[in-house]
Ligand binder design. Structure first.
Ligand code: SAM
Length: 162
């Protein structure tokens, strides 16, 4: 498999899961995009979930100009500072869906990041809420349902809050 094949497979898995989540999530609750990046997945989420409140978190905003969230829905800063404040403001269990795509090529750094982020995400999700992630997370209050999706094992990860 070439690196091009690998990227295509990852992005296909990402899109398939976001499409699936758009049908699956509860009609109430926020959607969170952790890592706005270029804004590609944010654009997909807002298109598939019209009318839904979607908050995007990003420390260095540099998205495509057409892919910025409206006023008040882009939370700028390091998520380890902005997420706790967000949870305090909007309450625990407020999110129907969290999509996180903030890893890098450094696997050890990614593992540490997921470990640190897990308790915050655990408290954000409403019962039945979904976490869709580019890597594995430790989510004690969730069930790992990755194997119940059509995405091949290890390519993308899905957790449902119990
Ligand atoms: N899903 C996006 C898309 O489709 O365009 C791509 C996201 S990109 C791979 C990851 C983004 O996460 C980067 O823009 C990076 O700045 C952001 N990021 C990484 N760590 C972060 C942190 N601790 N706090 C806030 N943003 C972070």
């Amino acid at each position: 498999m070439t690196r091009l094949d690998s990227v295509i497979r990852r992005l296909t898995a990402q899109r398939d899961l976001l499409n699936w989540a758009a049908q699956e999530i509860s009609p109430t609750g926020f959607v969170l995009e952790l890592g706005l990046g270029n804004g590609r997945t944010y654009d997909h989420l807002r298109t598939k979930m019209p009318g839904r409140e979607i908050y995007a978190f990003e420390r260095s905003p540099a998205a495509h100009p057409d892919c910025y969230p409206p006023e008040g829905y882009l939370i700028v800063g390091d998520i380890f500072e902005t997420l706790p404040a967000f949870i305090k403001r909007l309450g625990h269990g407020a999110a129907a869906l969290v999509h996180t795509d903030i890893g890098t090529g450094d696997e050890e750094a990614n593992r540490q990041l997921a470990l640190r982020l897990s308790p915050l995400l655990d408290s954000l999700l409403q019962p039945g809420g979904l976490l869709i992630a580019d890597r594995a997370f430790e989510m004690p209050s969730c069930t790992d349902i990755s194997s119940r999706t059509n995405v091949p094992e290890g390519r993308y990860f899905v957790y449902r809050r119990n």
